[in-house]
Ligand binder design. Structure first.
Ligand SMILES: NC(=O)c1ccc[n+]([C@@H]2O[C@H](COP(=O)([O-])OP(=O)(O)OC[C@H]3O[C@@H](n4cnc5c(N)ncnc54)[C@H](OP(=O)(O)O)[C@@H]3O)[C@@H](O)[C@H]2O)c1
Length: 298
């Protein structure tokens, strides 16, 4: 049976959490089309046992953190809020890198204020090195040092790294110690396998983003629905292709935590039900044949 609990760093959490990025408007910009619907998704998530929500001040910007506060504050004692820093938005919704140490500290303070908490359970340093390998980025040690100062001051409990190479994960483990890695990974894009393996070796929590292949670039769930291997396994278990993709991810590592993103209560309920799907060895063999290619949009 798939264990329903694991750890985010040292914090026990349900293996299926919630990614809040889909709650902003189109392009993760502006307010949601259906504000009441977005609040209902958040409340239903917690009712269904979600105790790990992934967010960012730059979702909207400002929109998603405010929705979380409105829907859920005062927060349940066991709810782990995770955010990420390293970018801001321009007035057209463009993504701008903002990752100098002072900018990171400022963004953490903005998250604390918007979420109305004294401390954030985990803050991911969001780098660009996987999606834009030639981008000039601030010195990693300086960035991690800034977050370590906030951890020392009690603003952050755990530091994580996101969109990073194995080399960065190793450096972060050796210098500040990390509570998790958040990288793109799913059955449609398994290129992060080396980082996943590093997390297994070090017992570090691994939180894939785009576990369904992402809404950017045409929509991962559509690609899953037409994949013959995914469909075969879905039909055998009487579940949907998206559920198969999430169950496959859970089977990769017991320290892997899911944060599928959805703006729909029906999809949320399907995603939470994945914990009860038991894939067999022959299913995993079938799913090994799904073609892996880089997912767009990170
Ligand atoms: N660290 C980073 O740089 C980074 C980058 C991207 C994302 N993230 C985080 O990771 C989370 C997950 O990534 P994501 O939301 O982009 O991608 P995802 O979870 O791979 O896919 C989201 C897409 O799948 C659809 N969907 C969700 N559940 C479904 C279901 N059961 N059946 C059919 N379609 C379903 C959603 O549409 P509906 O709304 O219609 O359900 C949406 O189009 C985000 O929410 C965010 O918190 C982090």
């Amino acid at each position: 049976m798939t264990e329903s609990m694991s750890f985010l760093g040292d914090k026990p959490v349900h293996r299926i959490g919630f990614g809040a990025m889909q709650l902003a408007g189109p392009g993760v910009f502006g307010p949601p089309k259906d504000r009441d619907g977005a609040l209902a998704v958040l409340r239903r998530a917690v009712e269904l046992g979600v105790d790990h929500i992934d967010t960012a001040q730059f979702y909207g910007p400002d929109v998603v953190n405010e929705l979380i506060r409105e829907a859920l504050h005062p927060y349940p004692g066991d709810l782990r809020l995770v955010t990420k820093v390293g970018a801001v938005r321009d007035s057209d919704g463009g993504w701008i890198r903002a990752a100098e140490p002072d900018e990171l500290k400022h963004q953490v303070r903005e998250n604390l204020k918007a979420l109305d908490v004294d401390r954030i359970d985990l803050v991911n340093l969001r780098r660009f090195e996987r999606s834009e390998p030639d981008a000039r980025e601030p010195d990693l040690a300086d960035q991690l040092g800034a977050l370590a100062e906030l951890r020392e001051a009690g603003d952050i409990d755990l530091i994580g790294v996101s969109n990073v190479t194995a080399e960065t994960v190793r450096k972060a483990i050796d210098t500040v110690g990390i509570g998790g890695v958040q990288n793109p990974f799913g059955i449609l894009d398994r290129s992060d396998e080396p980082v996943l393996e590093l997390c297994r070796e070090h017992g570090v929590s691994y939180v894939p983003f785009f576990p369904l292949g992402s809404a950017f670039g045409g929509g991962g769930p559509k690609a899953l629905a037409v994949d013959p291997h995914v469909s075969t396994v879905a039909a055998k278990h009487g579940v949907t292709p998206s559920q198969v993709a999430l169950a496959w991810a859970l089977a990769q590592y017991d320290g892997l935590l899911l944060i599928p993103g959805t703006s729909s209560v029906a999809h949320l309920e399907e995603n939470m039900a994945v914990i009860d799907i038991e894939l067999e060895a022959e299913d995993l063999e079938t799913l090994d044949r799904v073609r892996s290619k880089p997912v767009e949009g990170h």
